[in-house]
Design a protein around this ligand. Structure first.
Ligand code: AFP
Length: 319
């Protein structure tokens, strides 16, 4: 008889005793997985429930806030705060961080509620990205900026809302992936302890910026173009997920329009850097490992080069 596939709950009960923090982490992961199912349902019916439009407002990055961004943000914040474990939340959609004192220990969560949200009108794959830090005491938080001073990142998670709803969790030095069985509202494990291939199959970059890049970046991208296949969705999380599973490199270098790149350190770059490292790949800003950067602002941006070890190392040597 075939053994039933492992559910997210099975997985969480297996990691329960691996680390004393895991009991809290499991509650946080559950809050995120429940949120993902709610958000996926909103996305599925978005074209017929007028949820594909813009709120008419812009966020801190001067990008239009989509109705979906707002709803997803509220869902994550409410479910996370309900755990009573989270003292600080930084979100792309919130100008200022949320702060709520908790009994120690407390956790800091960064959220990109809907990554690639402008793609919703064309029904293109989008996702959510979250980073989770443990704070030992409130002194670890810089009061003005609500940024962990001595961050201890303990997990990173992303979801994909596409042909399937996918949940990828990096914690306890492993990366595991799950797909949603919508009939049962249960996530089923599809990949155990993911290791990204060392060889590069795809490169992902927006070549429209070619003339706005530095000479070195132009040469580097030309090398990639001559040797690998281009794949670029324009939803970071979709590009990242494809390259994670197949081997590849994603780049968002600085350009004349975006001197620090477009991607945000706390809720895009750090979670994905944490995931790629745990999957045996590499992330860099071009100058440093993002995980070693002490953030100076919660909406800080930085360039990103991320993916399979061999190709990222080669590209860094060319820059
Ligand atoms: P939107 O959320 O505005 O769709 O932006 C998506 C994103 O932040 C990231 O998901 C993409 O990788 C990147 O922007 C695409 O940016 P370009 O259009 O400049 O290539």
């Amino acid at each position: 008889m075939q053994t039933p596939a492992q559910t997210l709950d099975d997985f969480l009960s297996q990691i329960k005793d691996l680390n004393p923090t895991n009991l809290d982490l499991i509650r946080i992961i559950k809050a995120i997985s429940i949120s993902a199912i709610d958000i996926k349902e909103i996305i599925e019916t978005a074209p017929i429930s007028n949820m594909t439009g813009s709120t008419g407002k812009t966020n801190i990055h001067k990008e239009e806030i989509q109705l979906l961004d707002n709803s997803a943000n509220t869902i994550f914040v409410e479910n996370l705060m309900e755990t009573q474990l989270i003292s600080h939340i930084v979100s792309e959609e919130l100008q200022d961080p949320l702060h709520k004192p908790t009994n120690s220990p407390s956790y800091f969560v960064s959220i990109d509620p809907v990554d690639g949200s402008s793609n919703i009108t064309s029904s293109i794959t989008i996702g959510s990205i979250l980073g989770i830090w443990k704070l030992d005491n409130s002194e670890q938080i810089n009061d003005n900026l609500f940024i962990p001073n001595s961050p201890q990142m303990i997990a990173a998670i992303y979801t994909i809302y596409g042909p399937s709803t996918i949940l990828v969790i990096a914690c306890n030095s492993m990366v595991n992936a799950f797909a949603l069985n919508p009939a049962k509202k249960a996530f089923i494990q599809t990949h155990k302890n993911i290791k990204t291939p060392n060889e590069c199959k795809y490169y992902s970059v927006n070549e429209n910026y070619f003339l706005k890049w530095t000479n070195k970046t132009q040469k580097t991208i030309s090398f990639l173009r001559d040797n690998y296949s281009l794949r670029y969705v324009g939803s970071l999380i979709a590009d990242f997920h494809r390259n994670l599973l197949n081997g590849g490199i994603f780049l968002y270098p600085e350009n004349k329009d975006y001197p620090n790149g477009k991607l945000r350190l706390l809720y895009e770059i750090l979670p994905l850097s944490y995931i790629i490292e745990n999957a045996g790949g590499i992330a860099s800003t071009g100058k440093a490992n993002p995980l070693t950067i002490k953030p100076s602002h919660h909406h800080q941006k930085t360039p990103l080069i991320i993916g399979s070890k061999k190709i990222v190392t080669k590209i860094l040597s060319m820059l």
